[in-house]
Design a protein. Structure first.
Length: 96
């Protein structure tokens, strides 16, 4: 009987970004907005910035779920995204 070692729980880091590139439409060129993330999310492309912003927000709300006790409570000073795991705030009880 073989025992498999426990696989360590790996936290997926989400670093979404919106980039603007010049795309060829066949009849001319136009701006194309792309939403990419460091996770396995497929690249989303749109000609409209508001659609890219919506996909960006949707991705953070649905995929970048971190236990509230591990989220950063002071992302500006700790230089961590508010939806990401913070080593300083993790496993600490709130003061108020």
């Amino acid at each position: 009987m073989t025992t498999q070692p426990d696989q360590a729980h790996t936290t997926v880091r989400h670093r979404p970004s919106i980039t603007r590139t010049l795309g060829d439409l066949g009849e001319g060129e136009a701006w194309v907005y792309q939403v990419r993330c460091t996770c396995a999310m497929p690249v989303f492309e749109s000609h409209y910035r508001f659609k890219a912003d919506d996909r960006y927000r949707h991705h953070l709300e649905s995929e970048a779920t971190v236990d509230p006790s591990e989220r950063c409570r002071d992302p500006k000073h700790h230089k961590v995204a508010g939806w990401d795991v913070c080593a300083l705030c993790a496993d600490q009880l709130p003061l108020f």
